[in-house]
Ligand binder design. Structure first.
Ligand SMILES: C[S@@+](CC[C@H](N)C(=O)[O-])C[C@H]1O[C@@H](n2cnc3c(N)ncnc32)[C@H](O)[C@@H]1O
Length: 252
C-alpha cells in the first residue's frame, strides 16, 4: 500500500511540476513571437502567435485591436476576461495601465500564476444569460460590485471578452457591455467580442449605439467615440447613458 501511495504522490508532483514547466516555457520562449507581433502585427505573425499560444480570437480580430492600441500609445486598457492572450494585451499596452476583470477564481489563479505582472480583479456577475430580455431595459438590474481601481477613472480602450455567454446558464455579457458603456472615456475605443451572438449584438446596440460602430471584423465589433462629435449629429434615442453613480464601489 505504502509504495503505491508513494508512486501516486510522485506522479502527482511530477505532473504538477511538468505543468508549471510547460507554462514557464510557453510564457518565456514564445515571448519572442509576442514581441514580433507587437512590432509588426502582420496576419502571418498573428496567426502563428494564435496557434502557438492557443488564443481564441481570429487573427484579423487580434490584429485590429493591436493596431488600435499601437496607434493610441500607452493608455488605460480595461479587459473583461482573462485568457491565453492576456500577457499579449498587457505587453501591447506596455507603459500604460492594463486591468483585467475575471469571474472564475481558478482561471484567474492559473493565468496570474503564469504572468504575475497581470493586474486582475475577481468579480461576480450574478446573472444568467437566459435573463437577458428582462434585463435589457432595466439598467438598475445591471449594477455590480467593482473594485475601486476599476471605477477610479474612465478607460481609453475597453475589450469585452467575458464572462462566458455561449450557454443559457452562463452569466452572459449583459453587465459587462452595460458597464463598458459607463466606464468608457469620451474619446474611447470599445471592442465587443462574439457579436455573432444575439445578446452581444442587442446589448451593444442598446448601450453603445449604432452611430459609433466603426466596423465589425469577423465576430468583433469596434466602437470608436470622439470627444468632439459633429454638433449636427443627433444622438440616437435608444442609446442610454446612465449616471456613473449607478455602479457601486467595493474593496478588492
Ligand atoms: C472567452 S474567454 C477569452 C479568451 C481569450 N480571448 C483567449 O484568447 O484566450 C473569456 C472567459 O472564458 C473563461 N475561460 C476561457 N478559457 C478558459 C479555460 N481554458 N478554462 C476555464 N475558463 C476559461 C474565463 O472565465 C474567461 O473570463
Amino acid at each position: 500500500m505504502i509504495p503505491i501511495m508513494s508512486s501516486i504522490r510522485k506522479t502527482l508532483i511530477w505532473n504538477s511540476g511538468f505543468l508549471n514547466l510547460a507554462d514557464i516555457i510557453r510564457t518565456s520562449i514564445f515571448r519572442r513571437v509576442l514581441d514580433s507581433c507587437i512590432k509588426n502585427p502582420s496576419i502571418m505573425r498573428v496567426a502563428s502567435m494564435k496557434i502557438l499560444h492557443n488564443f481564441c480570437m481570429h487573427p484579423r480580430e487580434i490584429r485590429l485591436i493591436t493596431q488600435v492600441l499601437r496607434s493610441r500609445g500607452p493608455c488605460r486598457l480595461l479587459i473583461f476576461g482573462l485568457g491565453n492572450d492576456s500577457t499579449y494585451w498587457r505587453l501591447v499596452n506596455g507603459g500604460g495601465r492594463t486591468v483585467f476583470i475575471e469571474d472564475d477564481p481558478i482561471w484567474l489563479e492559473r493565468i496570474t500564476r503564469m504572468d504575475p505582472e497581470i493586474e486582475a480583479f475577481l468579480v461576480s456577475y450574478g446573472t444568467r444569460r437566459v435573463e437577458w430580455k428582462r434585463l435589457l431595459r432595466r439598467p438598475d438590474g445591471l449594477q455590480m460590485y467593482l473594485p475601486t481601481a476599476v471605477l477610479d477613472r474612465e478607460w481609453d480602450v475597453i475589450l469585452v471578452d467575458a464572462p462566458k455567454g455561449a450557454r443559457a446558464d452562463n452569466p452572459g455579457r449583459m453587465k459587462s457591455i452595460f458597464i463598458a458603456s459607463l466606464l468608457r472615456a469620451s474619446d474611447s475605443d470599445v471592442f465587443i467580442h462574439d457579436c455573432n451572438r444575439e445578446v452581444e449584438r442587442v446589448y451593444s446596440e442598446r448601450y453603445l449605439g449604432k452611430k459609433d460602430l466603426k466596423r465589425q471584423v469577423i465576430r468583433l465589433r469596434h466602437y470608436c467615440y470622439s470627444e468632439y462629435p459633429d454638433k449636427d449629429e443627433v444622438s440616437e434615442p435608444f442609446t442610454v447613458r446612465v449616471p456613473f453613480e449607478v455602479l457601486t464601489e467595493t474593496a478588492r
